[in-house]
Design a protein around this ligand. Structure first.
Ligand code: HEC
Length: 118
């Protein structure tokens, strides 16, 4: 390898290292996962795979394709009922932020199932 190629390789390595989440984000995502486990996992599949314990409850890995993240966050903070079969939640902004960060982190590109007829 001549110097130029070596430099290119070093640059590529550096930029690969620059992308990972900061530890703050990682901690927030972990908090969000804990919230989801405690509050949502009895009905929703909250992880990267698996079916929801409540068959009508959409899996979390595609949920943001059905429900806008900003709207969800607001509704969770304001205690607005997200959906009828669900209990009412009232999160503080940090809790809601963490939950949304977690949801964003697990979204897959797998096509979301169609929204069922109500
Ligand atoms: C008691 C069971 C239950 C719990 C607990 C629960 N959900 Fe749900 N959730 C459901 C069901 C059932 C649906 C599907 C409702 C429908 O299709 O109308 C749903 C739908 C949703 C939707 C999509 C709404 C839509 O209009 O598509 C979101 C977003 C959601 N839940 C978020 C959450 C979050 C976040 C939590 C935890 C903080 C949670 N749910 C806890 C049962 C639950």
């Amino acid at each position: 390898m001549d110097t130029r190629n070596w430099l290119m390789a070093a640059l590529m390595l550096l930029s690969a290292c620059a992308t990972p989440q900061t530890s703050d984000q990682a901690a927030q995502i972990a908090d969000g996962r804990a919230v989801a486990e405690a509050q949502c996992a009895s009905c929703h599949a909250i992880g990267e795979y698996g079916d929801s314990p409540a068959p009508e409850a959409p899996v979390f890995r595609t949920i943001l394709a059905r429900y806008d993240a900003e709207a969800l966050e607001q509704n969770l903070i304001e205690g607005i009922l997200v959906s009828h079969p669900m209990p009412e939640f009232q999160f503080n902004p940090q809790g809601a932020d963490a939950l949304i960060a977690y949801l964003r982190s697990i979204q897959t590109t797998e096509t979301a199932p169609p929204v069922p007829e109500r």
